[in-house]
Design a protein around this ligand. Structure first.
Ligand code: SAH
Length: 355
């Protein structure tokens, strides 16, 4: 049993069952035993690999997309270049390398990384040692200026609540203790006004996920873009309007039961892109959701793959070509991952996206 499991069992025995959101929050970010607080989870030695860790092309293309958006908006002379949940800092490093040649872009940019884990902040500091970077813990701490923001596999790490529909209302899925072990349970049924619209497309027994943290952050980003200009590009795995249990735990590149190793497995849930769009749209226009593979192709990944391939041979060439496949192919990340963007009223969407 993990140290965090012991602490949670103790806490639940004293104060009663906790919500899944509280459980997930503790698993990922408990200051001493949380998954992100204690390790570098990425890459072959870690539990999972993300798009920027697969190929430099991912960050290069998104960097140029943001720079083009900045140019389209009249090149504001002071702006914030921000990333939510930057992992190892690889994506931002690739963005900065690719945009070096865009006249005035670096000089105008204040680079801000929004990162809750001190352990990952330290790794980001090493990756980005050549740049002047500021770290903050929340989007609320970012200053007032045009905001050009990226978030890749950030929203899937935010704590979700799960509700099951019944005749009498919604039961919330809770984490309790039985026979000294963590187990799933459920609250009494309640009428939940924010889920009223889901009674139409759900049947009794269906499970719906709600991520309050995600909608609050999406709304805050969009409000800033509406006021100051900029754009946000959000990429993640998930779909338009989630339905069903998508909670998953990954440990050593293998699926694990979400309650089995709290603090030692990555716990995520699919992102509900409709919820993000609804949260943003009262502030800014929101683009159509698009598959990651399609977005990268529109941004020129096929051409970039060819250019880089010319300088490679043998195993390096093979791994480069397989990275292109992993990022874009429908059997890999191409359609499982989606993207959406927020942009100011009266502006055009970032390149690759459509209204
Ligand atoms: N974007 C990176 C890493 C994704 S993992 C990549 O694509 O490789 C999720 C990242 O979000 C980690 O850096 C994690 O520490 C951070 N994170 C998770 N919850 C957070 C929160 N509530 N606030 C800020 N950062 C958070």
């Amino acid at each position: 049993m993990t140290k965090l499991a012991k602490l949670l069992i103790e806490h639940i025995k004293n104060s009663g069952p906790i919500s899944l959101a509280e459980y997930m929050g503790e698993c990922l970010l408990h200051p001493k035993h949380g998954y992100y607080s204690t390790r570098d989870p990425f890459g072959a030695d870690g539990d999972f690999t993300t798009a920027p860790e697969i190929s430099q092309m991912f960050g290069e293309l998104l960097g140029l997309c943001l720079a083009q958006t900045w140019l389209q908006q009249g090149s504001p002379e002071r702006f914030i270049l921000a990333e939510l949940g930057p992992g190892r800092g690889t994506l931002m490093a690739d963005v900065l390398r690719a945009t070096k040649g865009v006249p005035g872009f670096h000089a105008a940019a204040q680079i801000i990384l929004i990162e809750a884990s001190a352990a990952l902040q330290k790794i980001q500091r090493e990756t980005l040692a050549d740049y002047d970077v500021t770290w903050v813990g929340t989007i609320g701490e970012v200053g007032a200026a045009p905001l050009y923001l990226l978030a890749n596999e950030f929203f899937d790490a935010l704590p979700i609540h799960q509700y099951i529909m019944e005749d009498t209302g919604w039961r919330e899925r809770l984490v309790g203790v039985a026979d000294g072990e963590l187990v799933f349970g459920a609250s009494g049924a309640d009428d939940l006004p924010p889920l009223a619209h889901r009674r139409k497309d759900c049947r009794n027994g269906d499970l719906v996920e709600v991520c309050g943290a995600a909608t609050a952050i999406a709304s805050e980003i969009a409000a800033r873009i509406a006021e100051h200009g900029g754009a946000a590009i959000i990429l993640d795995y998930g779909d338009w309007r989630s339905l069903g249990d998508t909670l998953q735990a990954l440990r050593n590149h293998e699926y694990d039961s979400p309650l089995a190793h709290p603090g030692q497995a990555d716990i995520t849930a699919h992102v509900d892109f409709e919820a993000l769009a609804v949260a943003a749209v009262s502030h800014t226009p929101v683009t159509k959701m698009i598959h990651q593979g399609e977005l990268l192709k529109r941004l020129g990944i096929d051409q970039r793959t060819e250019v880089l391939a010319k300088g490679l041979e043998g195993a390096n060439l093979e791994s480069h070509m397989s990275a292109h496949h992993r990022l874009t192919d429908p059997t890999e990340m191409g359609t499982l991952f989606k993207a959406i963007a927020f942009y100011p009223n009266g502006a055009t969407p970032p390149p690759g996206f459509s209204q």
